[in-house]
Design a protein around this ligand. Structure first.
Ligand SMILES: Cc1cc2nc3c(=O)[nH]c(=O)nc-3n(C[C@H](O)[C@H](O)[C@H](O)COP(=O)(O)OP(=O)(O)OC[C@H]3O[C@@H](n4cnc5c(N)ncnc54)[C@H](O)[C@@H]3O)c2cc1C
Length: 464
């Protein structure tokens, strides 16, 4: 549906660049290949393309001007935040203008009465966490890419992360957004009213829209009470069934803030690439990492919930910051370890399928995934967010045919082909597996209504 062109009407490519330079300043229109390079390849190294240029606006008015200029010229654009996305949706494919929002990094003072804050799209999650904590509050979404991933990118992908079991995904934090529409007009809903049933929920719609409906410039975000007490436990278990027994035993704890999991092969990779020591005295096929956090001490309640559980034999517990980080490292370093391994083993960039399946199907699904990968001669590393049945299926030596077989398995058991990373370019071809014709037509109608020229992130979400 995209109608991107070299130049439309009376605007030539050079005129577009000159117009963009007038809006953001010539220093912030990057046309040289070496200055564009870091914006043109994604975190995994699997997706890359050439940008017409990279534009770095400083505020909402400049974003609006940039988008309007692109619309007038019929030039497609790709919004980009921290470029940590894992589905190829934040990098150019075919000469688009990359609109990098990193300079929109303004953080307004925390409203401690409402427990809310307004953050610019370019604010990193790490900066947002620090800002909220300085005011005695916390932001509910966190994950390993926190130092680079931005508010705008996490809103655009509806990022999940480590604390969905406690606070929900990014959509559950978003009270409002400010965004620039495809023609340059600005919609602003940053009032932060917790109750507001006035018409369509545009902030909810834009959350998870992957840069296909608007460029998010700012978000009004819900904050949570800061937990002064925190405990992390790493448990070695013998099967998926035992991991789920652990989950069932702790699910009712009000302090529960994370339930993650990984396996022996992933742990070996992490240790190999990081030099970390073994976390537990014994080796186990599966590991569950649990975090509890709250205003009062939380360790006793966790111990009581796990007490007597047959699955819990080998366990490490940490209450101090250093010990907790040391245990988290075994889980958080998986993504990097897989990337390092793919480089070292020359298998090409990993194929990353971030999927979710019903918990009742998890055990059989895991077995089927391993079998399919083995049959295809590929290696697979599985880890993720256990409480949501969210598995990151990292395939080394994979291909599109294997992706197809694995995503079919997901669909067959009533799962999601994208739990938290988005559909992007990587999975657009498989959207029909989980969204029927009427559903896709409704989504496309929204896209066409808000972006009739098809200029925003073409190829993302809708293939072809
Ligand atoms: C080590 C590692 C761990 C990760 N762990 C998790 C995890 O646990 N949970 C999770 O959900 N994700 C995770 N991710 C994926 C990634 O970090 C998230 O998708 C993140 O939200 C992307 O943010 P970003 O700023 O880097 O966005 P980018 O990568 O720049 O862009 C991602 C998408 O958002 C769009 N976009 C970016 N900014 C805007 C904007 N201002 N307006 C409109 N569209 C925009 C882009 O066009 C693209 O479609 C991980 C990534 C890495 C590398």
């Amino acid at each position: 549906m995209s109608s991107c062109s070299e130049a439309v009407g009376h605007t030539t490519a050079d005129e577009l660049l000159a117009g963009l330079a007038r809006i953001v300043g010539a220093d912030h229109v990057l046309t040289d290949a070496d200055r564009r390079a870091s914006y043109e390849t994604d975190w995994t190294g699997r997706f890359s393309g050439q940008a017409r240029c990279v534009v770095r606006p400083a505020d909402t008015a400049q974003v609006s001007g940039v988008v309007a200029a692109c619309a007038a010229a019929g030039a497609c654009l790709v919004p980009q935040g921290g470029n940590t996305g894992l589905v190829g949706a934040g990098v150019p494919r075919a000469g688009e203008v990359v609109v990098s929002v990193g300079r929109l990094d303004r953080l307004e003072p925390v409203d401690t009465t409402a427990a809310q804050v307004t953050a610019g799209a370019g604010v990193t999650l790490a900066a947002l966490h620090a800002h909220a904590e300085a005011a005695g509050l916390a932001y509910g979404v966190d994950f390993a890419a926190r130092d680079s991933a931005t508010v705008g990118g996490s809103v655009a992908t509806n990022a999940g992360g480590l604390h969905v079991v406690r606070h929900g995904d990014t959509r559950a934090q978003v009270l409002g957004v400010e965004a620039v529409l495809a023609d340059g007009r600005v919609v602003r809903r940053l009032g932060g009213l917790p109750k507001d049933s006035t018409g369509y929920d545009l902030p909810g719609l834009l959350t998870g829209s992957e840069g296909t409906l608007a460029v998010v410039t700012s978000a009004r975000l819900r904050l949570r009470p800061l937990s002064r007490h925190r405990v992390v436990a790493l448990l070695g278990v013998e099967s998926t069934g035992e991991a789920l027994d652990v989950l069932a035993a702790i699910r009712g704890l009000p302090s529960l803030s994370a339930v993650e999991w990984f396996h022996d092969d992933g742990l070996r990779l992490v240790r190999q690439h990081s030099g970390l020591p073994a976390p537990l005295p014994g080796d186990h096929p599966t590991y569950v990492l649990v975090e509890c956090a709250g205003p009062e001490p939380v360790t006793e309640a966790l111990a009581a919930a796990l007490d007597g559980l047959a699955a819990v034999g080998d366990v490490a517990v940490a209450e101090d910051r250093r010990g907790r980080s040391a245990l988290w490292a075994y889980r958080e370093r998986h993504t990097e370890a897989v990337a390092d391994e793919s480089a070292a083993s020359n298998t090409g960039p990993p194929h990353k399928l971030d999927v979710a399946v019903p918990l009742t199907a998890l055990g059989n699904f895991k077995v089927a995934v391993r079998r399919r990968c083995a049959e295809a001669g590929a290696r697979v590393i599985l880890f993720g967010h256990l409480a949501e049945g969210n598995l990151h299926v990292n395939v080394l030596g994979g291909n599109d045919e294997l992706d197809h077989a694995l995503l079919l398995l997901v669909a067959e058991c009533g799962g999601s082909i994208s739990a938290e990373h988005g559909v992007g370019i990587a999975k657009a071809a498989w959207l029909p597996l989980v969204r029927d014709a009427a559903d896709r037509a409704a989504m496309l109608a929204i896209k066409q209504a808000l972006d009739p020229q098809g200029l925003l992130n073409p190829g993302v979400l809708f293939a072809g």
